[in-house]
Design a protein. Sequence first.
Length: 144
Amino acid sequence: MTTTEAALRSFRFLGNEAIVHLDSSDTKGAFAVLEMRSVPGAEPPMHIHENEDEFFIVLEGRMKVICGGIETELSAGESAVAQRGTPHTFKILSPELRSLAILSPAGFEEFFRALANVERPSVKQIAHAAARFGSRLNLDGTAL
């Protein structure tokens, strides 16, 4: 693995530490696996993925997944899924959260890489990057 490839496997993303364990090149596009270390305040706005399902697995800590209007609290060892086309977000309920996100099919991991190590991207930059990879953000609180 080259230094450049290693840098794209582990990086900072909007206040989170991200590790890409598997991406599209590893799975022939079938899925991607990302590990995230996050703190409260680093959660995404409500959003929709047009192309992929997102499966959350909590490794350490607690989170609340809000998906399709249903709130589910998860602790270590528990999981939830947000199917493509379903509005979802999450809230971190512990001082730190360590989780896996499995995206199927792969491709959306490139959104995270597009904003890798960007110190303070604007909301416009985040929304533009999300749109490039088939996701819509709900930034004003209206229904998606």
